[in-house]
Write a protein that binds this ligand. Structure first.
Ligand SMILES: [Zn+2]
Ligand SMILES: [Zn+2]
Length: 421
């Protein structure tokens, strides 16, 4: 295999050296963030740490309070060229940490009216620390940069609290991708699914769209001993749960893309001998294609309504679109694979399967061609298939993955500049 010609090896070596030099500080930043996790739209301390760092570096611009707590920094290279956006999400989860670490989170807060522990159980602390490191490295190389870099520190990737807006969508609405407009956006996620040292990627649809639905079945309450006097929403809801299983299995071309329809909550009735007035169901839809997404929404709605009609029940179906499909631009991905290969090293870059989880990085990709990739953080000796996954109270990140992320984002940026020169 020949060395990819796009890489300016001198600059690549400088980045690697700078990454080695900054690794200990990136780990220290990550530990500090890990000990002080904050939920979505509440990343006040985290945003403070980020903006102080970016201001110390002397970036050309630092915008704060974008989408509540987001921070956007701009670094102009010495030479004209394209604009690359790099994104890190900052929020933690309502999870009580169960890892024995000196910097384990002891933070608690109120969420949806409940007292909960807060933990960086998705590893966004790693993402913030990595991007702070990248900002410092690229600022140090400013005199050699043929383009500009936008550093996007994003709040509320895990969804804003009920009743609030937030995340990537709101950042875009508030101009995060304007003045200047980037030509490419890169982001990464640390994952328990890969061993530390491994980088994973996939061209095209990579993570699913995620939408939630709520179906209310309106019956007519009556005595459980005389069902003919009312309309039973429980039996109707049961028919719907089974009917919804056919939306994907009978209606979707699964040779094109997979899809999932799950009913995750069903609620109705208070007593064995009362047929209740109504039943509420909630569920989620995952797809890898925007057309299939719309088609499934339509099928869920018409099927639920038809089953209700057949049972003489009423029915309202409400589908809330959350995150679009995370689609890695095929041309951009192909162009950047040699960079990821060089960063990962021989045998350490993997083509990974689709993920039915979702990412709001997808909103950035709807505006700008983007590449979202994965960095392994499962320690050697642990089978990633059995490791505690992201979102688990026992999620553990091997910090040797951080420098891989730093090198990857910095090298992708510089190689992109070179490709477009
Ligand atoms: Zn997550
Ligand atoms: Zn995440």
């Amino acid at each position: 295999m020949s060395e990819p010609s796009l890489a300016s090896s001198a600059l690549a070596e400088q980045i690697d050296a700078a990454a080695r030099a900054i690794e200990a500080r990136v780990i220290a930043w990550r530990r500090d963030l890990h000990a002080h996790p904050e939920l979505g739209n509440r990343e006040f301390r985290t945003a403070g740490v980020v903006q102080a760092h970016l201001r110390d570096l002397g970036l050309d611009e630092v915008r704060t309070e974008v989408a509540h707590t987001g921070v956007v920094g701009l670094l102009k290279g010495a030479f004209p060229g394209p604009v690359v956006a790099l994104r890190a999400d900052m929020d933690a989860l309502p999870v009580t940490e169960d890892v024995d670490l000196p910097f384990a989170s002891k933070v608690r807060t109120t969420w949806n009216g409940e007292d909960v522990g807060v933990m960086h159980a998705c590893g966004h602390d790693c993402h913030v620390a990595i991007l702070m490191g990248v900002a410092e490295i690229l600022t140090g190389l400013r005199a050699q940069l043929h383009g500009s870099v936008k550093f996007i520190f994003q709040p509320a990737e895990e969804m804003p609290p009920e009743g609030e807006e937030g995340g990537a969508k709101l950042m875009i609405e508030q101009g995060a991708l304007e003045n200047p407009v980037p030509q490419a956006v890169f982001g990464l996620h640390v994952t328990s699914r890969l061993p530390v040292g491994i980088v994973g990627y996939r061209p095209g649809p990579t993570m699913a769209s995620s939408d939630r639905f709520r179906i209310t079945v309106q019956g007519k309450q009556t005595h459980g001993a005389a069902p003919w006097l009312g309309v039973d929403p429980i039996v109707t809801a049961a028919q719907m749960v089974l009917g919804l299983q056919t939306v994907v299995s009978r209606g979707v071309d699964i040779t094109r893309e997979p899809a999932v329809v799950t009913v995750g909550m069903i609620k109705g009735g208070v007593r064995e001998n009362i047929i209740p007035d109504s039943v509420e169901m909630r569920g989620t839809v995952r797809t890898f294609d925007e057309e299939m997404r719309d088609d499934i929404h339509e099928r869920v709605t018409t099927l639920a309504e038809a089953i209700a009609r057949g049972s003489r029940a009423g029915c309202t179906v409400c589908i809330q679109k959350n995150y679009p499909v995370t689609v890695n631009d095929p041309a951009l991905t192909e162009a950047m694979v040699p960079t990821l290969q060089r960063v990962a090293g021989p045998d350490a870059l993997r083509l990974v399967p689709k993920v039915t989880g979702a990412e709001d990085f997808s909103f950035f990709q709807q505006v700008v061609p983007g590449l979202f990739f994965f960095v392994g953080v499962t320690p050697p000796g642990i089978d990633p298939a059995k490791a505690y996954s992201n979102h688990s109270p026992r999620f553990f990140a091997d910090e040797r993955g951080l420098v891989v992320g730093v090198r990857a984002l910095a090298q992708l940026t510089c190689d992109y500049f070179e490709l477009k020169a």
